[in-house]
Design a protein around this ligand. Structure first.
Ligand SMILES: O=P(O)(O)O[C@@H]1C[C@H](O)[C@@H](CO)O1
Ligand code: GUN
Length: 294
């Protein structure tokens, strides 16, 4: 599935112009809700929401737990746009379609992207229900050429060869830990490395052992392409993985993971994730003088 699909600048612009004509909100922060974490969008005040099917160029969500709505609104003094449902490579979307909303957000003036996901833990220190602040990622599809930036570079968004050595903003990671301490949830939070695999199957035991050997703390099926595209166009990025399951590394393990279980942990922890993100957004500094539109 090495997609050659290209999306022109005009197509991103068309979606951005349509949204601008439909809502008075001009978002500074975009939030992507992971599996089972869609209720984050419900916290926005003065909401305007749009079904993905109504937005020019948007793909459709096909996964349970991903509603398929873009919600605009205010959160603790910041204007936000929330993806209630994301797109995954395994749904059959090309990677440039999977990441289509990110460039639309850029054109809307978004400066900061907050990504959330559900992920399986590969290490002893990360338990079900813990929240991992993403420090770095391994983009497995990207390493073998499945990258949303493949194809002619759109210089209006960013450079041909973008650096990825500091894509998860350090200031926001420190802020998240401070907030976690104040909310008394620091005990379930730590930084770690997220790896994206293509999915949709969960890991075999041998794959889990390989990921563990490679230094992966948590594994999932999303996020890295979104972060690559956001970093390429100069956005500040913050990411959280909710640990929904342990990834079995022993042939003696009898537990096996399933999507319903993943969604259930999302529901159980939604309140904590919501409080954390809301408070981080409240304290986050926004550079109002930056005109990010390209
Ligand atoms: O959208 P995210 O990355 O949170 O979803 C994860 C990966 C799969 O889509 C699904 C598996 O249960 O959860
Ligand atoms: N690949 C993968 N994705 C997940 N999403 C939630 N849990 C998991 C997991 O164990 N593996």
């Amino acid at each position: 599935m090495h997609s050659k699909e290209q999306i022109s600048h005009d197509e991103y612009q068309k979606a951005a112009d349509w949204l601008t004509s439909q809502t008075r909100h001009r978002p500074q922060v975009a939030i992507i809700c992971g599996s089972g974490l869609g209720m984050l969008a419900d916290t926005l005040k003065s909401q305007n929401s749009f079904a993905y099917s109504d937005i020019p160029g948007f793909p459709q969500s096909t996964v349970q737990g991903h509603a398929g709505r873009l919600v605009f609104g205010e959160l603790n003094g910041k204007t936000c746009v929330c993806m209630q449902g994301r797109f995954h490579m395994y749904e059959g979307h090309s990677l440039c379609k999977t990441t289509f909303p990110i460039r639309v957000f850029k054109l809307l003036g978004v400066e900061t992207l907050i990504v959330t996901n559900a992920a399986g833990s590969l290490v002893d220190g990360l338990h079900i229900g813990d929240i991992m602040i993403i420090k770095d990622h391994i983009n497995f599809p990207g390493l073998v050429g499945f990258n949303p930036l493949t194809g002619p570079n759109d210089d209006k968004f960013g450079p041909r060869f973008p650096a990825m050595s500091s894509c998860y903003d350090k200031g926001l990671r420190c802020l998240a830990m401070e907030v976690a301490k104040e909310l008394d949830v620091a005990g379930i939070m730590q930084e770690g490395v997220y790896a994206m695999v293509g999915g949709p199957n969960f890991e075999s035991i041998a794959e889990a052992r390989l990921l563990h050997c490679l230094g992966v703390d948590a594994v999932g099926m999303s996020t890295a392409p979104e972060v690559v595209v956001a970093t390429h166009c100069g956005m500040r990025v913050f990411g959280l993985s909710l640990i929904t399951n342990k990834v079995g590394k022993s042939y003696e393990d009898s537990d096996s993971v399933n999507h319903e279980g993943v969604l259930e942990v999302g529901r159980l922890r939604s309140d904590t994730v919501q409080k954390l993100v809301t408070e981080i957004i409240r304290r986050m500094e926004i550079n109002n003088n930056t005109n990010n539109a390209v």
